[in-house]
Structures are given as C-alpha cells and as structure tokens.
Design a protein around this ligand. Structure first.
Ligand SMILES: [Zn+2]
Ligand SMILES: [Zn+2]
Length: 268
C-alpha cells in the first residue's frame, strides 16, 4: 500500500534474482500495525510473517516478503528518536521465515504542539517538509486527522481547520511515517532489504538452510581492571532460522575488555 517495493525490489533482484509481485486488494492494516510506540521484536516479526503469508495466499506464490516499522524514543537514550524496522522473508515449502531488523538512528520521527497563531516553520524545516509529509490533528480530539500533507497551502488549511476544532485552539503536528511519504524511511528500508537478501544467501553451518546471521547481543564484556562483567556487548550471537544452531562471535570492533568507567564495581 505504501510503495515499499521501490526500496525492496532492487536488492532482491540483484542478490537473489527474484522479482517482487504485489498482491492486489490486500489491506495489511487489518493485520495490526506498529505506528507510534515501539513494539517488541517478536510481535513485529510475527506481524511481518502474517503479512507475507497473506500476500502469498492472494498471489498463490511460494515465497513472501513483508516489512513492519515502529518509531519512538531510543530505549537507552530517551531523548533520541529512532526507527526500528523489521523485514521477513517466508519460504512456504520449507516452512522457513527469515527475519532481519535495523535500528535507524536517522529518522525524522517527531511531533510538535502548535499554540494558537504559532508559526510551525522551524519544526517543518527540521522534519524535512515538504519532501517528508506531515499529519495534523486538533489537540485533544483523537480521531479527526489530516494525513499525508505535502503542500504548504494544504498544510495551512489543515492547521486552520484543526485549530477551529481543537479544545484550546492548539494543533498537534506529527511526521507521517508511511514509506511513500517519507524518503528517510524509504532509504532505511532499502538498507534493510539488502541486509535481508544477504542473510537469505548465508547458509547455516550446521544444516545448510538459508538465513544464517545475527540474532542477538550478549552483554558482559569484562572490565579491564577487575574483570567483572559490564553491560557492554561481549559476544554477538549468530543463529539459524531452521535448526536452532547458535554460535558466539567476538565483537566486530575487536574489543575484548571494557573501560573501567563502564564497570559497576570500579565505577558504581
Ligand atoms: Zn571493574
Ligand atoms: Zn541450521
């Protein structure tokens, strides 16, 4: 519905030689969406799988692909907004679902409460309007909303309408995160599609199934002074989507001890 094939088509054609086919009349909103609050990865991954399988049922194709995103404050750095994107590839014949994810530090996700008569120009510039669309709603009124605004005259009219329908004359502006209205998000989806295609090409060292790759990080990098485990990543956990095989890999940056400043014993 949101033109994501523009970002996902080329990576899959180049890396795997497959063409994307869009299912007609598939409204994925009924499968649940993750706009707004950050969702738990397991939920997002299963929503992706449901979406992909719904597309496979309509097209009758044996392979499916879908993506899902959520936006919100970073779990460890609440003042910084991040995007979290998931993408799942399903091979129906092998019963295989391969998911890859991306934490996007580059996002325009933001909102702004506009007081009566206040000029939104600075906020609009910061979120990349008009190449990035925005949403306008009257403050305190849940359902009424003007979405996908990409033109200044459109936006001005929507702000006037929202101010007239708001509790206190103020207006809530939000970034529209739908992919076709948000080039920053579209670029993240392209990166994630390349990452997923690469993962599909990686075989499990134990069972040779496609989809081997990063699954999680394991904290506990030892302190350089006292050796106590710190919250920093010690290993990357790589795994297989088919057989449950797992491997510990050292950190990519080669770091084997943590700065004592990160140690709960040396620097409590
Ligand atoms: Zn220490
Ligand atoms: Zn395996």
């Amino acid at each position: 519905m949101h033109g994501k094939e523009r970002a996902m088509g080329r990576p899959f054609r180049h890396a795997l030689g497959v063409e994307l086919v869009l299912p007609s009349n598939l409204n994925t909103d009924s499968l649940g969406t993750f706009s707004g609050e950050t969702a738990r990865p397991a939920d997002a991954a299963s929503t992706c799988r449901n979406k992909a399988e719904a597309g496979m049922a309509i097209t009758g194709l044996p392979l499916g692909l879908a993506s899902e995103g959520s936006f919100g404050p970073h779990p460890a750095v609440p003042l910084v907004a991040v995007g979290h994107e998931w993408m799942t590839f399903v091979d129906g014949a092998q019963g295989l679902a391969i998911t890859e994810q991306l934490l996007c530090w580059r996002t325009n996700f933001s909102h702004c409460l506009l007081a009566p008569g206040e000029d939104p120009a600075a906020w609009l510039q910061r979120v990349g309007f008009p190449t990035h669309a925005v949403i306008v709603r009257p403050n305190g009124l849940g359902a009424a909303v003007a979405k996908g605004l990409q033109f200044l005259d459109q936006l001005t009219a929507a702000v006037q309408w929202a101010a007239a329908h708001s509790n206190d004359g103020s207006v809530l502006l939000e970034t529209d995160m739908r992919a076709h209205l948000n080039p920053t998000r579209m670029a993240s989806l392209r990166r994630l599609a390349f990452r997923l295609a690469r993962r599909i090409r990686s075989r499990c060292p134990a069972c040779s199934a496609p989809g081997w790759g990063w699954m999680d990080r394991i904290s506990g990098l030892p302190c350089r002074w006292c050796g106590a485990p710190t919250p920093l990543t010690q290993f990357e956990l790589h795994g297989c989507a088919a057989c449950g095989h797992r491997q510990h890999h050292p950190r990519r940056d080669g770091m084997v001890t943590a700065d004592p400043g990160q140690c709960p014993d040396c620097n409590p």
